[in-house]
Design a protein around this ligand. Structure first.
Ligand code: HEC
Length: 122
């Protein structure tokens, strides 16, 4: 019985370390952060938490602006477009203009999708 328990423990530990060991590519880490900010902003604009929206929009703008610096061509243009829209989103949120925030979030999503349609393989 003890041996079985020990074996099960080993199997559990190995499985867990495999799961955590599966590393994300750097692009995936950046993209998942973007998805997180987008989700939070959609929820927060719905809950009228516009100060939180402004904060996330600024983070998205800063990250995409930084990433764009390392890109070329259309990828750079689309990433800069996200950065510009995110800045406008932050400004709209600071003016407590929820309708403008929603419109800008829609434009950002469209820009993410344009790039994914063209450049995302999976
Ligand atoms: C310049 C093009 C480009 C833009 C702009 C872009 N993405 Fe991506 N995105 C990609 C590519 C390429 C991948 C695939 C990355 C990989 O698998 O390594 C990807 C993958 C993803 C993924 C999957 C990550 C994973 O864990 O596999 C998410 C989520 C994502 N993007 C969200 C977003 C969001 C949200 C935005 C807009 C705010 C955005 N992306 C803007 C190109 C872009």
């Amino acid at each position: 019985m003890k041996k079985i328990a020990a074996l099960l423990t080993m199997v559990t530990i190995c499985t867990a370390s495999l799961a955590f060991g599966a590393e994300l590519r750097p692009t995936q880490v950046l993209m998942q952060a973007r998805a997180g900010w987008m989700k939070a902003m959609s929820e927060n604009v719905g809950a009228n938490k516009l100060a939180d929206v402004a904060k996330d929009a600024k983070e998205l703008a800063a990250q995409t602006e930084k990433v764009a610096g390392k890109l070329e061509g259309e990828r750079k243009d689309l990433t800069l477009k996200v950065a510009g829209l995110a800045k406008t989103t932050a400004e709209a949120a600071e003016k407590k203009d929820a309708a403008a925030v929603k419109a800008k979030l829609g434009e950002i999503k469209g820009t993410c999708a344009t790039c994914h349609d063209k450049y995302r393989k999976s």
